[in-house]
Design a protein around this ligand. Structure first.
Ligand SMILES: [Zn+2]
Length: 230
């Protein structure tokens, strides 16, 4: 039986890389895959899934008004589809998640969705909420906070480095987002007092109070996020 899969992660965990690799594995065996990505973040009008490590593939753009079930069914009638991949799956509507579930249940085609679990406010995206509710298989793609713990949360920053705690769920560019562990996310968003740096006698003369973002930036420079091997 074909399944509906949801692979979720924080930002910059390599979701697109995993998707493109999986699609390649099908194609290498002479199988046909359909790739979709959200029109919301699209940099190419004709649709493309790009990964930070440099690989990419053409994809069909979807927006919230598209009937994915109808589109995939139409393609499948033209020529057999072996697997469907959906990137930026957090932007799917609840209905679209069900449409994809029917593709797996009724047409017997596996559907693999990849997306963010939560937004910068720590709240589920609609597509992710529905996928977490009804997908057959849930997988986490891991990435690491600057402290070395698993990063499960995302903060959104302005160009000046100010952390935002309110605003639209869908916004601006990927470079404005940073993945953190839950503890550091709570500190960064001001929900919990920021841990004070360990007291050093010489550092006492400087002004530690104003160091919030600099402190984090310094930590990032000293120890870049490690990429998890797969
Ligand atoms: Zn952390």
């Amino acid at each position: 039986m074909s399944k509906l899969y949801f692979s979720y992660a924080a930002m910059n965990a390599g979701k697109s890389t995993v998707l493109l690799q999986a699609s390649w594995n099908y194609q290498e065996r002479g199988m046909r895959t359909l790739l979709f990505t959200s029109a919301l973040y699209a940099k190419h009008e004709d649709g493309r899934i790009t990964s930070r490590i440099g690989i990419n593939a053409d994809a069909t753009l979807y927006s919230e008004t598209d009937n994915l079930q109808a589109r995939i069914t139409r393609e499948h009638k033209k020529k057999k589809v072996d697997c469907v991949f959906v990137d930026e799956a957090q932007f799917l509507t609840k209905d679209q998640v069900w449409q994809l579930a029917r593709i797996s249940d009724r047409l017997g085609i596996p559907v693999l969705c990849y997306g963010l679990r939560t937004d910068f406010r720590g709240e589920l995206f609609p597509g992710s909420a529905e996928l977490l509710a009804i997908a057959d298989s849930l997988r986490e793609i891991r990435t690491i906070c600057h402290c070395g713990r698993k990063a499960t949360m995302v903060v959104r920053r302005t160009a000046e480095g100010k952390t935002l705690t309110t605003g639209n769920q869908v916004g601006i560019e990927k470079s404005m987002y940073l993945s953190l562990c839950r503890a550091h996310w709570e500190e960064e968003t001001g929900r919990w007092p920021k841990a004070k740096p360990k007291a050093k006698p010489r550092a006492a003369k400087k002004k530690p109070a104003k160091k919030t973002h600099l402190h984090l930036a310094a930590a990032n420079t000293a120890r870049p996020p490690r990429r998890v091997k797969r």
